[in-house]
Ligand binder design. Sequence first.
Ligand code: PLP
Length: 466
Amino acid sequence: MPLPNTDVMPDTRHTTPTPPPGFGHPPADDLLLPVDELPESPSSPDLICRRVRDELMLDGNARLNLATFVTTWMEPQARQLMAETAEKNLADRAEYPQITAMEERCVRMLARLWHAPSPERVRGCSTTGSSEAAMLGGLALKRRWAARRRAQGKDTARPNLVMGANVQVCWKKFANYFDVEPRYVPMEPGRYHLTADTLTAYCDDNTIGVVTILGSTFDGSYEPVADICMALDGYQAATGTDIPVHVDGASGALVAPFLDPGLMWDFQLERVASINTSGHKYGHVFPGLGWALWRDAEALPDDLVFEVDYLGGRSPSFTLNFSRPGAHVVAQYYSFLRYGFEGMRELAAQSRTTARALASRIAAIAPYELVTDGSELPAFAFRLAPGTRGLTVFDVSHAMRARGWHLPAYTFPAPCHDVSVLRLVVRTGFTADLARMFITDLTEVTRQLHTERPVPAPVSEPVMAG
Ligand SMILES: Cc1ncc(COP(=O)(O)O)c(C=O)c1O
């Protein structure tokens, strides 16, 4: 299948407007405009457009942003469709029944992709991203747990949610906003995500669910969803407590189905009640789109779904927002139809191949060593070999920024806060040419940092007082 040549992406944002900048307007005009209060009178659209565009040039270049999982490249046809539907509000379902139909078709496609035993029984919706989807997934878990407790004549005062310390901040927000105690299973040296061995020690009768991540934002690794479900099967056999699992597949739920068909992580596992993904990550849609799916009506209690009467239509609604852009759903529908299974597989495979090649090149540059190698999500983390002196990952990140690359550096949570890494995400649009330039720059930046900051003479170990 002919896939897009991302090297020839038309990027209209930085094109020179016609007439030439400033032509016909005395420069002082521009300077007089206020920037933090509403101007008294209108200005020419061209003047303001240029002004806004010029200011935006100071922002980073999205395709050099190696920090984000979010789509930074779409085909011109998809951009065009988004522009043509920019004014359509997803909430006006009676007015735009076809966008609603596209949303439902996307939900069915995802249900099949994630092996729902009865795709027609799956309940699902689009969201603004995985964060909103996580709130909805968490709310459903909490409501189910409360109903179960009430039926047993028990209190519902202290719900908790069990997850790895590596969860994305959206789960911390969910716990905070919806009064659920977050129980974080800590990382250990060499184990940087949730695994099956330690998790049941954090579960009890008040556990509304376990969140497992495909894959971890910290290092791109997949959590072992099947093993985690098996551990919870054992817990249920021992205690009688049935704890559902929500899979946060923000990135991986649109990577694993194409590249890891043998991996058990989705609705094939009976314990998996719900799954979220970001259409705006490996779903190839610009930022603003997520998906949340529940196995069946039992997993998404009816009392969370509103029947909304609006503008002559009645439709079920389970979202935190009301008005939302319809254009993102249109773009998702386009990308699913345009690429199909084989195209999605090929795009994900290209990203993973590039990530693995970059990881192995970086592993060969002293003093770096890999934490992960890009063989799960097309993303990996690397750090400075123990004992490296004279530079930190933060220095490297800073120096790469000066070359235009956004290569984030961060520290893992306690008790692994001695681990600081750089993380690199590969997405469609990160071409082989960009990868080559990145390696050249990283090699040079590392050499310069070493040269500018000569390694200090080894300090002798302090002698412990006897
Ligand atoms: C595992 C995971 N969950 C949730 C999110 C939040 O996703 P969104 O940006 O779509 O709200 C992210 C973002 O990177 C993520 O990696």
